[in-house]
Design a protein around this ligand. Structure first.
Ligand code: 5GP
Ligand code: MG
Length: 175
């Protein structure tokens, strides 16, 4: 596997995100909603660098099977009450943008005071929606990446770095 971002680079990116969020919100109370499962490591690292009064909730979506897209499902049973709150939605990666678009739509209906989004990664040139998250740590090329929370078939989330999954890493499907 080719390493795209090592631990130091990831740390610096998260630090940058945190600084931008701290500067934007100051001491205003903030509600963070992480999109599971991919954002859990980013969330854990990021929230410890945020300085305002903070509430943390999660919403779960899943769409990929292997490296192929399946139908998107959203489970919002564990989300906090966000009515009247300033909210940031956190995800690992903004690819086509459809996932955050759908979750954003669902959350807007719950009446937050404001709603922005923050992602670790934005895949260049892949967007199918007409907006991008307000806070982005890294732009990356169009490759399938794993590690730092991101999976391939539920594995590799624990890698402390971000790597490109190359054809040679995939299970051999030739018969
Ligand atoms: P989108 O809806 O923006 O196309 O895709 C967002 C979701 O797809 C992310 O939350 C992530 O779970 C998954 N995803 C998109 N690109 C990648 C990738 O390169 N690697 C992995 N592991 N997941 C990805
Ligand atoms: Mg995801």
């Amino acid at each position: 596997m080719k390493i795209l971002l090592n631990q130091d680079e990831l740390d610096a990116g998260v630090e940058r995100l945190a600084r931008e969020i701290n500067e934007t919100y100051g001491n205003r109370p903030l509600t963070i909603v992480g999109v599971l499962t991919g954002s859990f490591i980013l969330m854990a690292d990021l929230i410890r660098k945020l300085e305002m009064p903070l509430r943390v909730g999660v919403v779960q979506t899943s769409s990929y099977e292997g490296t192929e897209r399946g139908a998107l499902s959203i489970n919002s049973e564990m989300m906090l009450d966000i009515a009247g709150r300033d909210v940031i939605l956190i995800d690992d990666i903004f690819d086509t943008g459809n996932t955050l678009q759908e979750v954003t739509q669902l959350m807007k209906n719950l009446g937050p005071n404001s709603l922005k989004s923050a992602v670790l990664l934005l895949k260049t040139g892949r967007q199918e929606v007409d907006w991008v998250p307000e806070f982005v740590a890294f732009d990356i090329p169009d490759e399938f990446v794993v590690g730092y929370g991101l999976d391939f078939n539920d594995e590799y989330r624990n890698l402390p770095y971000l790597a490109c999954l190359e054809p040679a890493d995939l299970p051999n499907t030739d018969s």
